[in-house]
Design a protein around this ligand. Sequence first.
Ligand SMILES: *Cc1c(COP(=O)(O)O)cnc(C)c1O
Length: 351
Amino acid sequence: MSIENLLRENIRALEPYSSARDDFSGSASVFLDANENYQNLISFDNINRYPDPRSMAVKKAFSKAFGIDTKNITIGNGSDELIDILFRMFCECKKDSVLLMPPTYGEYKVLAAINDVKVYSIIQNSDFTLNVEKIKNYLDKYSPKLMFICSPNNPTGKSVPLFVINELANYNKGITVVDEAYLDFSENQSAVSLIEKNERIVVLRTLSKAWGLAGGRIGIAITSEEINNVMYKVKYPYNIPLPSQLCAVKALENADKVRSEAKQMVIERERVKCELSSISGVEKVFDSDANFLLVRVKEADLIYQKLSNKGVIVRNRSKEILCSSCLRITIGSKEENQLMLEYLKEALSEL
Ligand SMILES: *Cc1c(COP(=O)(O)O)cnc(C)c1O
């Protein structure tokens, strides 16, 4: 199935908006083409000008940090925007469907609902591996336009082996979205290497986690050139504010530092995992390839409340499928983690 045939009809025929900065990209000293204020009213260089619609500086910095060609990169206003763009590119309202494997990131389902697209869910096995046979069954039966694989997965921390992703993506005639928001914390190989042989794979990254730029809203889609071109037609013209573009370039230029911090985070995660396992009332700490741990405790709702009362906020995931009585705990600074461990121990001892 070609990408062109998978696209929504109206997207296939779409004439993209052409912004002033698309029409002129050289250097000049008088810009009277975009109805901007010629004065800079606050002391932030160039904030009176529209930002680069293609975020070229960010793309180049990302390209340099990861060895991926800029032609294959789309910069989005967080991964959220990129996921929304994929829905709008590929899914007809009330007609098409997508496939999710819960427990997973909640935003897929929200954006499906916003776009009026049906969701089929195949619950993971109890050890958080994917039910490959059942997934293939559903792919045959329902031909979903998008299939989301989150690896390492949120909230479980579990990675999907690359050969499984490859097998499923090849079987899937629609688009396979591999969300690698937490790959910076994992030793696993990226699904980017699979795109060359299967252009229906879209890999998502973000600067919101390891890169420390959640407030900057920078998501990255790595795709075939064909999908990339359509994503740039569909996205809002000025989707990334100038301050965010500058912050992203700055962060990406510090790749070495970010990578060594991520390594430290992994060491600290394993230390916290060990400490958690020794607390009575902690029933299970799941293995994690991310910067958080999923922890099954006695009376999760009550423990969550007690931690909150002490000012330590974790994520209560106990209502999620397969995650009964589980908290998701992000790895913070060593001091923050110690406080969390101390209060958790205290709260569990009071049960
Ligand atoms: C945090 C997270 C993201 C990042 O979303 P942004 O919009 O880029 O901040 C994406 N996917 C998953 C699974 C996440 O947990």
